[in-house]
Ligand binder design. Sequence first.
Ligand code: NAP
Ligand code: ZN
Ligand code: ZN
Length: 346
Amino acid sequence: MTTRGYVAHAANTELVPFEFERRELRPHDVACEVLFAGICHSDIHQVREEWGSSLFPMVPGHKIIGVVSAVGPEVSKFAVGERIGAGVFVDSCRECENCLDGLEQYCSNGMTPTYDGYERDGTTIAFGDYSNHFVVDETYAVHVAESLDSAGAAPLLCAGITLYLPLRHWGAGPGKHVAIIGLGGLGHMGLQFAHAMGAETTVFSHSGSKAEDASALGADHFVVTSEIDAWENHDLRYDIIVNSTSADIDLNRYLRLLKLDGTLVIVGLSGVPVSIYQDVLLAGRRWLAGSMIGGMTELQEMMNFCAEHNITSWVEVVNSNHINQTYDRTIASDVKYRFVIDASTF
Ligand code: NAP
Ligand code: ZN
Ligand code: ZN
């Protein structure tokens, strides 16, 4: 299928229009017309090789909402005309312990990323969803409830699941105090989830201008990290802290804020090794953890949770010819809170 999208031909180059072929449908494949494709800070890290070497040519994008336009002969999960979502990976080995447990994101044989990697044949470069058409195996796509707005739902497929799961896994809920570091694409989803789960919520932000938005998104408290006084009385207060920043920040400051047995979960990836004082962990039997997106069952669960609690991403919809500008604005934290590309403009 002839597809129009945007590509980076090499690291640190601008993305430019690109025409390529999507594969013919396999028995379990679903083809969709993309409605909206979300822009993630991970796209920027990978186009700019901030995590080590990337694979080019690269069509980034790993969060879409589309409408099914055709299905392979053995597809049973979706029908033509239905809205679907696809996220950060499009396949996995399907037979390792983690895949069989529904934790495909941790596939022992390596999940197939939606872009910046090879498909399972080991030679075909996977092209992401900054494009007008997409093809995905039905196993790796989810249903989208009718009540969810298409543009606001696209970021759920990465930012949403990345924050939903650690909060659920480490028990956010009534009686728990959750802090989110960084109110960006991921952070503003985490705040909404923690609030919907019934936890008391605090945002730590390096942007003083986001206090009002944080409150509208469910924050009970807002700390501007550069204001030293604002840190007072936060020691030993938190059960769960999630670091969603893309920057290299000092995590020791945050570990000190955890209660006994509290957990600091890293989801943001600066690409730089972190340095931790061991005594800060020992002193409160604290945990330092990481979490990466979610498996397919978990992804559907999160989409359903969003429909039930009326949660979507705050988005700024842009045309495809604005992609390069959105990268600079994202780095400058100048977006409320996620850019989404109108795929009809590819
Ligand atoms: P984003 O929209 O750019 O948000 C990141 C936020 O970090 C910013 O809004 C800002 O919040 C804060 N920040 C930025 N620069 C900072 C600085 N110099 N000092 C302190 N805070 C700073 O990025 P995103 O798309 O949410 O992604 C965040 C990170 O998560 C990226 O590294 C991305 O690659 C990673 N990620 C991980 C997973 C996973 O599975 N674990 C999935 C997707 C993305 P404030 O203005 O409020 O401070
Ligand atoms: Zn992402
Ligand atoms: Zn596997």
